[in-house]
Design a binder for this molecule. Sequence first.
Ligand code: OGA
Ligand code: MN
Length: 229
Amino acid sequence: MKLLLSVLKRTYTPAVCTSRRRCVSSGGSGLLRRRDETLVVGSSRELVQRLGSQVEVRTGFITEQEEGALMREVEPGLKKKRYEFDHWDDAIHGYRETERERWGEACEEILSRVRSVAFPEGSPLLGPVHVLDLDKTGYIKPHIDSVKFCGSTIAGLCLLSDSIMRLVKEDATNEWLDLLLPRYSLYILRDQARYNFTHEILKDEESVFNGQKVSRLRRISIICRNLPG
Ligand code: OGA
Ligand code: MN
């Protein structure tokens, strides 16, 4: 799966605003909320609104039992591998991964739910589903998924831990969005959010969302992608 990633070797430039809180619109369209909790914040209200339609976070997309079913399927394969830490040029640090083409009935049902909300009907999908296991100390550096191998949409289920995904505009690093990805959620990146913004998963020490610490534990993502059009 390393082929899918190319790390952009540059550092993240923090927002120009003095207080991130002040840059965040509170209420109104463009902000996605769960139980009054903001899930998307950004460098400007305008960006949150403009990119809002191309970024979705669906909380509680799977239940605890469904997470258990997915874990029972992926854990045996993952356990045979070691977390990889020391490849300095990798896009991902502290991870192990696998791909899975065939799933048991319960998991297949979950994945078909993912496909039906994330992809247009009939859109050809990348066959194998990508399973990425990040150690508690693991993180994903800013990158854009390969446009050669993946299409316009990326949909990921979040297991075991909350996390923060940061999107940064490739050619204007002062434009950014942070997504809070709670455990059990599904996120979807489409179009510009997928092509023109890098995405990354923050390390535990950096996981502060909208001023609040988010503990990053071991996290597994199960990612479906479509094929380039
Ligand atoms: C990737 C990636 C995000 C995630 O593997 O390309 O960006 O949610 N993963 O694990
Ligand atoms: Mn990616």
